[in-house]
Design a protein around this ligand. Structure first.
Ligand code: SF4
Length: 68
C-alpha cells in the first residue's frame, strides 16, 4: 500500500499524525507529509483510519495489486 497527502487540500489538522506518526509527519509549513514509500502491513489499518478521518480528504491510498 502506498499513501499520498495532497498538500493543496491538507489543512494541517494533524489528525493523521495523531493516528499514525510512523507514517505521517506535520511539516513546518502546516501540512502533513508522508515518511514512507511503502506502508508497512502492520500500519495499513491505521493509515486507512487516518484517510477516513482526515477532514480535508487530503489522504489518498493506493492499494497493492497483490492481496496481503
Ligand atoms: S489529517 Fe488531513 S488535513 Fe490533517 S494534517 Fe493529515 S492530511 Fe492534512
Amino acid at each position: 500500500m502506498k499513501v499520498h497527502v495532497d498538500t493543496d487540500l491538507c489543512a494541517g489538522f494533524g489528525i493523521c499524525v495523531g493516528i499514525c506518526p510512523e507514517v505521517f509527519e506535520l511539516h513546518d509549513d502546516g501540512y502533513a507529509t508522508v515518511l514512507v514509500g511503502e506502508v508497512p502491513s502492520e500500519l495499513e489499518d491505521l493509515v486507512r483510519r487516518a484517510a477516513n478521518q482526515c477532514p480535508a480528504q487530503a489522504i489518498s491510498i493506493t492499494e497493492d495489486s497483490s492481496p496481503q
